[in-house]
Design a binder for this molecule. Sequence first.
Ligand SMILES: Nc1nc2c(ncn2[C@@H]2O[C@H](COP(=O)(O)OP(=O)(O)OP(=O)(O)O)[C@@H](O)[C@H]2O)c(=O)[nH]1
Ligand SMILES: [Mg+2]
Length: 375
Amino acid sequence: MLLRADGSLASLLTYHRNPHHRAGSGTHGSGDLRAGRRGEDLILPVPPGTVVRDEQGTVLADLVEDGQEAVVLRGGRGGRGNAALVDAKHRAPHFAEQGEYGDEMWLELELKLLADAALVGFPNVGKSTLISQVSAASPKIADYPFTTLQPHLGVVSVDGREFVLADVPGLIEGASEGRGLGHEFLRHVERASVLVVLLDPSGLQEHPAADQYRILLHELAGHLPELVERPRLVVVNKIDLPGAKEIAENLDVGEPLRLISAATGEGVADLMHAVADMVEQVGHVAPEREGFVLHRPAAPGFSVRREGDRWVVEGKAAERAVALNDLTVPEAADYAAERLRRLGVDNALEAAGAQPGDEVQIGELVFEFTPDDED
Ligand SMILES: Nc1nc2c(ncn2[C@@H]2O[C@H](COP(=O)(O)OP(=O)(O)OP(=O)(O)O)[C@@H](O)[C@H]2O)c(=O)[nH]1
Ligand SMILES: [Mg+2]
């Protein structure tokens, strides 16, 4: 099974709704010189920024950029046909291998904060109101500053396109020097490839809208100069309030303004289209992470444990060694025994204290331990 980062996806919602996926099993090898077919690969698309963990929480892959892939599970190997099992001792084997079932496991998929667009504005301008209007995110909304203290992410769908919008806590004058947790909040803005600056024309703000804009740019630049070069949209919210539209229409910040009311929804759909367009132009975020880390699952091996007066050998490689279709054929049994010895199963059993004649179980097969004296 293969996971592939796909830039056209922005969420893991589909795996939430439909968590089970399976790749094909291998087919059996056969005696008429034919090998079994390999189980088919399953490719699961995930959004860039997806971290893949196994059930123990070990990171298997960190898919950062579009197109990156990670093999997390192998499909069942096809059984080898008799022709492939020929060796010095077995010139015409009358046995073939069984196809394997693929492995199965639960994977934990986590999408790291990678917003395409971030809402930037003074406290109380309506950032949380807006994100809760356009996405499933539902941060607390209240008529006092600093209601939001942690970034919230929402996935916005606009005619088949998706992007991730972040509601970032409000910024204030001096934020870039650390005022009002400024550094912390500004860090969330760094990763977004598009900024949506929200201004509040109502008298509820300490500063008039034009000043809000000037101060915000100053703080962005103070934190990270390149933030003012980021593509951005400038938006005036709350135009439903009495007199607010007039103020907004007379506002000149040297850039085109979009007027909306997050409360009534006026202008909101148009704004989301514009954000989606801009995100598309800029491309999804290239996050600053260590890059692509791929951790392969541990190589299949085997383990030996005692169960009552029997030794149980577990693990893919050992089970594969005895997965011959007919172990009652003496040469097949020899062949299996040889493979087990080469894997080190004999030595491991001996080291664990197995005595000649003890019962050993591998998969369905139970046999007597008969260590080879050759080595
Ligand atoms: N009339 C009107 N009120 C709005 C609008 N948008 C937001 N509000 C109100 O403004 C207040 C602040 O809204 P929030 O969405 O919490 O503002 P915020 O920008 O997230 O604030 P912080 O999290 O503190 O930074 C709330 O009382 C909202 O109901 C709007 O379009 N029109
Ligand atoms: Mg808020």
